[in-house]
Design a protein around this ligand. Structure first.
Ligand code: NAP
Length: 314
């Protein structure tokens, strides 16, 4: 019987691992394989992280995650590079079923499975997926097919603007296609986009079709105010329209909000099921920052330690 199983290897899961390791709970961490993106979470596809305290010059996302993972390993975390396909909730204990069907029993679980990029629900989006359409400019933007070409980012949040900036390193021109007349992105990023010579923002536009024969060659846009339809020739289109929490494997056993984010109890990281805790983006539709995810990982670990002691310490 494990004392605690942690599911997820982003900043929340790894921080929970550091704290539960140091509390002698000897955590077993499922770092994932395919489900919900790559092990290490969303920072694995973040070019440079400039807002994580302690790195005044910024740090590449994958490097930051490698450092946090090493820290978790050094204090005793054990890792399994597999997805979890299911958890079974019992009054006495929990069972975590791995993707190869192996079962692991645990006194408690910390869920830190993060969130996955949303995609536009268009048939043509599916047709050109990986043939010019991607949900990750940082992962795919430097591919030869996009070099020196005009590209588009869809969305108006921090991700859209940051990824547009990243694309300017390779692209000819970068269009940000936003459905409103004001970016959601923070002021500093907004200013950066609006003043960048290679970025043009197309306001009040939505993509209604991805165009091309074998590979993407353009977008059909609709003006959200006038209804006018136009075409924009681009060689690549990158969706940056937000994320959905990775909770499918829970099969509805834990309480969520209407968007599927796990609900934790007031002043606690415990979910609706006693002994199961949640941390990071899977329970946070609001802040969604690496540092807040790490903070909530610490909180979940602390709550978990206290709960285990209350249940199992003499
Ligand atoms: P987000 O803030 O939820 O923004 C999503 C954007 O996509 C919004 O502009 C939204 O438009 C648009 N959108 C959503 N659905 C759409 C659809 N069906 N069609 C067209 N547009 C659609 O997501 P995010 O940019 O990924 O950011 C998520 C969180 O991570 C935020 O809290 C953000 O601050 C944080 N983040 C921070 C940094 C940083 O600090 N460096 C970098 C990346 C992300 P509306 O504006 O009209 O809703």
């Amino acid at each position: 019987m494990e004392k605690v199983i942690i599911i997820g290897s982003g900043p929340a899961g790894l921080t929970a691992a550091i704290y539960t390791s140091r509390a002698n709970l000897s955590p077993l961490l499922f770092e994932g394989f395919q489900a919900g993106g790559m092990p290490g979470g969303q920072l694995m596809t973040t070019n440079i992280v400039e807002n994580f305290p302690g790195f005044p010059e910024g740090i590449p996302g994958p490097q930051l995650m490698e450092k946090i993972r090493q820290q978790a390993e050094r204090v005793g975390t054990r890792f399994i590079m597999e997805d979890v396909q299911e958890i079974k909730v019992d009054k006495q204990s929990f069972t975590v079923v791995s993707m190869i069907g192996q079962e692991y029993e645990a006194q408690s679980i910390i869920i830190a499975t993060g969130a996955t990029a949303r995609r536009l629900p268009l048939d043509s989006e599916k047709k050109f997926w990986t043939k010019g359409v991607s949900a990750c400019a940082v992962c795919d933007g430097a591919l030869p097919i996009f070099r020196d070409k005009d590209l588009a980012i869809i969305g108006g949040g921090d991700s859209a603007v940051e990824e547009a900036g990243h694309l300017t390193n390779f692209a000819g021109k970068v269009y940000i296609i936003h459905r409103r007349d004001e970016l959601r992105a923070s002021k500093i990023l907004r200013k950066r986009a609006e003043e960048h010579p290679k970025i043009e923002i197309l306001w009040n536009k939505t993509v209604i079709e991805f165009l091309g024969e074998q590979i993407l060659t353009g977008l059909k846009l609709k003006d959200t105010k006038t209804g006018e339809v136009s075409e924009l020739p681009v060689a690549g289109a990158f969706e940056a329209i937000g994320h959905a929490p990775n909770t499918g494997f829970l099969k509805g056993q834990l309480e969520t909000n209407e968007s599927g984010y796990l609900i934790t109890r007031p002043n606690s990281m415990m979910t609706s099921v006693e002994g199961i805790f949640a941390a990071g983006d899977v329970q946070d539709p609001k802040y969604r920052q690496a540092v807040s995810a790490a903070g909530s990982g610490c909180m979940a670990a602390t709550d978990c330690e206290r709960w285990i002691c209350g249940m199992y310490c003499d």
